[in-house]
Design a protein around this ligand. Structure first.
Ligand code: SAH
Length: 233
């Protein structure tokens, strides 16, 4: 069971992506617990203020440290956290390897930034790792957090219908997945490769391995280079 606490100033953005399909099933099967916290509940005054103008005069509002400090302290008093992650475009690029590692943890906090970002002292003193979902800038950390949570939760044993199915996904072995087909065996004259209809598991597995290798070679040769470290494939 992995517990994930997500901190956000726009928690509504997380409603839909975390309440359907595999994540919903994982929650119902007690494989994960996901709590979404509204940072505004920890904001100051009548307007529950969570952002303010930046020192230095640059345009844009910045998330304040106090509300975030309060909520993280409260959670840390309740249990120990393995990681307190900030979603950030300048963080470490999310990979299948990171998702694998995080899926083995017990308690994690994910902080979503918004506006211009967060007071840097949060990053210096409260955050244990920073993750980016790609080299582009989004309006908030909520969609990146949903991406991260999805990548983690589907790796928890039992989350996917067939437990081995995550193992054959792309990137799991630094190799892309082979092509997949379903019925009908022929559509518009377009046929499924004969070998898949052969009923011979050994031949099918060999074919899939060759396809995986060829697709990786063609589409993502960088993965194969990473594999042996020498640039040989
Ligand atoms: N001024 C910041 C960007 C702020 S975008 C900068 O130049 O780096 C607002 C928030 O969206 C960020 O605080 C972060 O939480 C989130 N965000 C935006 N792009 C992201 C990405 N590629 N990966 C992860 N989080 C991202």
């Amino acid at each position: 069971m992995i517990r994930i606490d997500i901190l956000s100033v726009v928690p509504e953005l997380l409603d839909s992506p975390l309440n359907h399909s595999i994540i919903k099933r994982a929650k119902e099967g007690n494989l994960t617990e996901i709590f979404i916290h509204d940072i505004r509940d920890y904001g100051k005054g009548k307007y529950r203020q969570v952002d303010d103008y930046g020192f230095g005069g640059d345009a844009g509002m910045i998330m304040m440290i106090e509300p975030v400090y309060k909520i993280i302290s409260k959670l840390k008093n309740e249990r120990e956290y393995d990681e307190i992650i900030y979603m950030s475009p300048d963080g470490e690029l999310l990979t299948q390897g990171i998702a694998n590692r995080l899926s083995c943890l017990k308690n994690i906090i994910i902080l979503c930034g918004h506006y211009k970002g967060i007071d840097h002292r949060i990053r210096e003193h409260l955050i244990t790792s920073e993750i980016s979902i790609g080299n582009y800038v989004l309006s908030g950390g909520e969609i990146p957090a949903a991406v991260l949570v999805d990548s983690i939760v589907r790796l928890i044993p039992g989350a996917l219908g067939d437990e081995t199915s995550a193992l054959s996904d792309s990137f799991q072995d630094e190799i892309l997945a082979p092509p997949i087909y379903t019925r009908p065996a022929e559509f518009n004259g377009w046929k499924v490769p004969d070998v898949l209809l052969s009923g011979n598991p050994k031949l099918i597995k060999e074919w899939q391995e060759v396809q995986s290798f060829e697709r990786t070679h063609k589409l993502r040769p960088d993965l194969l280079k990473e594999k042996d470290g020498k640039g040989n494939i």
